[in-house]
Design a binder for this molecule. Sequence first.
Ligand SMILES: Cc1ncc(COP(=O)(O)OP(=O)(O)O)c(N)n1
Ligand SMILES: Cc1nc(C(=O)O)sc1CCOP(=O)(O)O
Ligand SMILES: [Mg+2]
Length: 202
Amino acid sequence: MSFPRLHLITDARRDPLAVVRAAVAATGGDIAIQVRVEDDTSDRDAYELACRVKAACGDALLLVNDRLHIALAVGAAGGHVGALDLPVDAARRVLGRHAVLGATARDPDTARAAVDSGATYLGVGPAFATSTKDGLPPPIGPGGVAAVAAAVDVPVIAIGGVTADRVPELRRAGAYGVAVVGAIANAKDPAQASAELWKALT
Ligand SMILES: Cc1ncc(COP(=O)(O)OP(=O)(O)O)c(N)n1
Ligand SMILES: Cc1nc(C(=O)O)sc1CCOP(=O)(O)O
Ligand SMILES: [Mg+2]
């Protein structure tokens, strides 16, 4: 299967396994699931969640945020790192040559450096305002996504406040796909929300 355009990032505030199962079923497994836990979650709890997500996500692409040892321990396809995590070149050494490796980039220079260091996709945002994560810089908008997309030749995954309605403008800006938390996890019907996002991307 090709690299998924829809990425679901787990959120412990709503039964992550139920949400993952709904999203995988609604997209026929054409989705990346990124296991993301809060900073104060123990490695043991993060590992156990990652094992359960792996069991629940079937053929979907499994990624682990920040904690690359957990990605390796569960046999995930790869991981995602940002500015406060391992540098991209170190993350590449940890995960090995063939793993999927995502890096956060908010501007073209950071994006080019991440790709040169071994990133295979970029998470780019916040595209729009979001209440899911505190402490983010102001939204970069579709224009900021476009600037990064024009600078690199790896898939750009737009993140932050993304909804199905906003997918067309992000795709026009050059985003290959999108990563979401709230648009699926907070939806009344996570399966329907996943299907709408998937359809908007295909
Ligand atoms: C697809 C994607 N893009 C960006 C991020 C954010 O990563 P990071 O900047 O390291 O912040 P945390 O998620 O670790 O709080 C992401 N996780 N996924
Ligand atoms: C985890 C994360 N990282 C971001 C970034 O811009 O780096 S935005 C974000 C949260 C995205 O959640 P939602 O889809 O609910 O807006
Ligand atoms: Mg991180």
